[in-house]
Design a protein around this ligand. Structure first.
Ligand SMILES: Nc1ncnc2c1ncn2[C@@H]1O[C@H](COP(=O)(O)OP(=O)(O)O)[C@@H](O)[C@H]1O
Ligand SMILES: [Mg+2]
Length: 489
């Protein structure tokens, strides 16, 4: 059993809690528009922050920004508190850090092309198989040489190089047609027009900065402005998957933690799965499954549970499902399916409850002792201590100015100093790896020197001369993890 106070969700027949020790067993929040999903997400974020767990969430409508401000008194809130039996209630805001891929409503979030890797990038660019194949070849050429690509400009240079030497590379890696390279370059232009060029570059996001705890021991709640981002669903989905896989590759295993190390909320979760190619989907499922052991909890928020693939759905242990509409056959089917996933409660007609619940009420079942799902309970969800609704521009600015991490990200680096930073990080990584090797902690097979003939092949010569024009290298071959981001250490 957990030593840490459980997180109060609300009250049905019984008080309903989320047990921190099962916070990494993932969760699902569903319901039609206006049924209370966002507020539910809000009270969970508060609950995790209270016990010192950092949170990352996407704020699709701007209303989660209210987490940073105290709630204003309201008779309806008092009524809810009384029904649930909450006696000690003090309105309060939480330690929020605002982020924004476009840098307007929060600190800019950036990564480098190399960090993102070919798999996610191909998805972002909506490449077809042939084009993806070529992107893979380009990354292989770069990765084998430990070449770090900073931004879209670097990627363009690499693609130009591949196209110019198409004949050479075709021999070694399979068909490289310049028409397909040109097609990729056109896709990069589209990405530029979407404003994504700001996303690639330095200073790249350091994961430690989203895993902070404030001086009162409360977990920082990272709020990603997603109101505009959501209109670029591919960018939205790719970004969240990138972040998740970065965490996955970087964090050590933790066994069974008494509370999660970090919790993620994916609003509009269907966007992660819509149109994603099967190969990518399988890898997403894999990361979601494996990230548990790194102490990371992932909560999917969506209108309809059918939006989430079965293999993922089956991994979501904690469920809070608000009312659903039952007009169309698909909706009725969804309700039947959802009702069946709950551990039944003899006092409750779950299917009926789905269509009859009021706003801010939900069917709740969380994992109990030994990881057994609790009996489903028709629950009145507790009110948040923070504001329900958005913040003013001034409130947002104030928080951004006082942010403990902001100064590091708010200025974009010019290419030259960005390349320097990338180089520094590469050197540091290379050194850490050497140290690990030296200490003999890990049996790491050193990259084997391939037997080489003394004469350079034309490919080698071409690659070398290209590399001289691109200076940032890791000094070893780049290895990639499940979703293709750089493997650390
Ligand atoms: N747990 C709750 N406590 C108090 N009010 C709530 C609660 N849940 C929902 N509400 C009320 O219902 C409104 C709609 O909820 P919201 O979470 O925005 O719905 P959704 O995200 O599903 O569209 C909120 O603005 C709030 O007034
Ligand atoms: Mg909402």
């Amino acid at each position: 059993m957990s030593e840490i106070d459980p997180i109060l969700i609300g009250k049905g027949e019984n008080l309903q809690f989320l047990l921190p020790s099962f916070g990494n067993r993932h969760g699902l929040i569903t319901g039609a528009t206006g049924t209370g999903k966002t507020v539910t997400l809000q009270i969970l974020a508060e609950g995790f922050s209270r016990i010192g767990v950092p949170v990352f969430l996407a704020d699709v409508k701007g209303d989660l920004a209210g987490l940073s401000q105290p709630i204003s008194p309201h008779p309806k809130i008092d009524e809810r508190l009384e029904k649930i039996g909450i006696e000690e209630f003090s309105p309060s805001g939480w330690p929020v850090v605002f982020w924004d891929l476009f840098g307007n409503s929060g600190h800019p979030v950036r990564t480098t092309i190399s960090e993102m890797g070919p798999l996610l990038l191909a998805n972002l660019l909506e490449l077809n198989d042939t084009q993806e194949g070529i992107l893979n070849i380009a990354f292989r050429i770069a990765d084998e040489q430990g070449l770090l690509l900073l931004d879209l400009e670097d990627l363009r240079a690499l693609l130009r190089f591949v196209a110019e030497n198409a004949k050479l590379f075709s021999k070694q890696y399979g068909n490289v047609s310049s028409a397909s390279v040109a097609a990729i370059q056109r896709r990069l232009l589209v990405l530029d027009q979407q404003g994504a060029e700001n996303f690639f570059g330095e200073p790249a996001l350091e994961l430690a900065d989203i895993q902070r705890v404030d001086f009162n021991g409360r977990g920082v709640i990272n709020v990603l402005a997603a109101d505009k981002l959501i209109h670029k669903p591919r960018l939205y989905a790719t970004f969240l998957l990138w972040l998740l896989s970065e965490l996955f590759e970087e964090l050590p295993e933790v066994g069974d933690p008494e509370k999660p190390r970090m919790v993620f909320f994916f609003d509009e979760a269907h966007l992660l799965f819509d149109h994603a190619p099967k190969a990518l989907l399988q890898k997403v499922e894999q990361v979601v499954r494996l990230i548990r052991s790194k102490g990371v909890g992932v909560f999917f928020v969506t209108q309809n549970p059918l939006d989430v693939p079965d293999t993922v759905l089956g991994q979501l242990g904690n469920r809070i499902q608000h009312a659903m509409r039952a007009y169309t056959p698909r909706e009725q089917k969804a309700i039947r399916a959802a009702a069946q996933t709950f551990r039944t409660n003899p006092n409750l007609d779950t299917e009926k409850a789905f269509t009859q619940m009021g706003v801010g009420e939900a069917l709740v079942s969380t994992l109990q002792a030994k990881g057994v799902p609790g009996m489903v309970d028709h629950t009145l969800i507790r009110p948040p201590t923070s504001r329900i609704g958005p913040v003013t521009e001034k409130e947002r600015d104030d928080i951004r100015t006082r942010s403990p991490v902001g100064s590091r990200y708010d200025e974009t680096l010019d290419r030259e100093s960005a390349a320097e930073i990338l180089q520094e990080r590469a050197d540091k990584t290379a050194k850490e790896i050497q140290n690990t090797d030296a200490a003999g902690k890990k049996e790491r097979s050193k990259p084997k020197a391939k037997p080489r003939s003394t004469r350079q092949s034309p490919t080698e010569a071409a690659v070398k001369s290209f590399l001289r024009s691109m200076s940032t290298t890791l000094g070893r071959e780049i290895m990639r993890g499940i979703l293709g981001v750089i493997k650390k250490g």
